[in-house]
Write a protein that binds this ligand. Structure first.
Ligand SMILES: CC(C)(COP(=O)(O)OP(=O)(O)OC[C@H]1O[C@@H](n2cnc3c(N)ncnc32)[C@H](O)[C@@H]1OP(=O)(O)O)[C@@H](O)C(=O)NCCC(=O)NCCS
Length: 211
């Protein structure tokens, strides 16, 4: 059986570099190429970036893809791109760094990306398209909704419920058991001490709404 899977990186920016490096930690995975209409023709590491004029032809080369666009305020843009590619036959298996620690009792949806030195604990559940970025932690029993991004070194403590399209900024901490609604943005370094029930931008210690 051929275990080697070749992936299109969908997106050719900084987060795509991180995704390429995550793929490089597995002997069974490699980058096939990069697709990004905004940067078509440019170089990306050893590859030249493709545009999207014929996605079906590109997917005929390999159907495996990584949702490699980063997200600060645009989680739902990642969702739209994911759905467009899936409708054309793309597959987005979860990818994880060999240098991450992921519990055998955690649940991972499609298009999940887990970066180097991230930790995902037992009974954590990551929905479709979730990013657990470099060094981030999702503790036991926490649920992270679709296309949310737990940024570098952020911590989601135990039994939290994070909605869809949420950004938890770098180094932020969500205290145990807190709920964060769909579309909320938590700034870098903030500490979420109360449930967040309205979408908006929350910053500081304790996190308060600024927008
Ligand atoms: C929260 C965030 C999205 C706000 O961005 P923004 O909407 O452009 O807001 P602004 O930069 O105009 O900041 C609004 C106010 O909040 C303050 N603020 C912004 N981010 C803050 C933070 N992380 N902690 C504390 N205060 C912050 C600003 O100083 C500003 O205060 P002021 O109105 O008194 O001047 C952004 O600052 C942030 O933290 N992004 C996360 C980046 C990140 O972690 N990326 C992950 C990469 S893997």
């Amino acid at each position: 059986m051929n275990l080697n899977r070749q992936f299109w990186l969908v997106g050719g920016g900084g987060h795509a570099l991180v995704c390429a490096d995550v793929l490089s930690t597995s002997a069974n995975w490699s980058v096939h190429g990069v697709i990004d209409p905004a940067q078509a023709g440019s170089a990306f590491l050893n590859w030249r970036i493709h545009d999207e004029s014929d996605i079906a032809a590109l997917l005929a080369e390999t159907v495996d893809c990584v949702l490699a666009l980063g997200q600060v305020k645009a989680g739902m843009m990642r969702k739209a791109i994911y759905e467009r590619y899936v409708a054309l036959g793309a597959k987005f298996p979860a990818i994880r760094s060999a240098r991450a620690t992921v519990s055998a009792y955690a649940g991972l949806g499609d298009a999940v990306m887990i970066g180097h030195h991230a930790v995902v604990q037992p009974l954590a559940s990551l929905s479709t398209g979730v990013i657990v970025n470099t060094g981030a932690i999702v503790e036991h029993g926490s649920t992270v909704g679709a296309f949310s991004h737990i940024s570098t070194r952020a911590v989601v403590n135990g039994d939290c419920t994070i909605g869809d399209g949420v950004l938890i900024g770098s180094g932020a901490v969500v205290l145990q058991g807190k709920r964060i609604c769909d579309g909320a943005i938590v700034g870098a370094g903030s500490v979420v001490t109360r449930h967040i029930t309205e979408a908006g931008v929350y910053v500081g210690v304790p996190a308060r709404r600024v927008d």
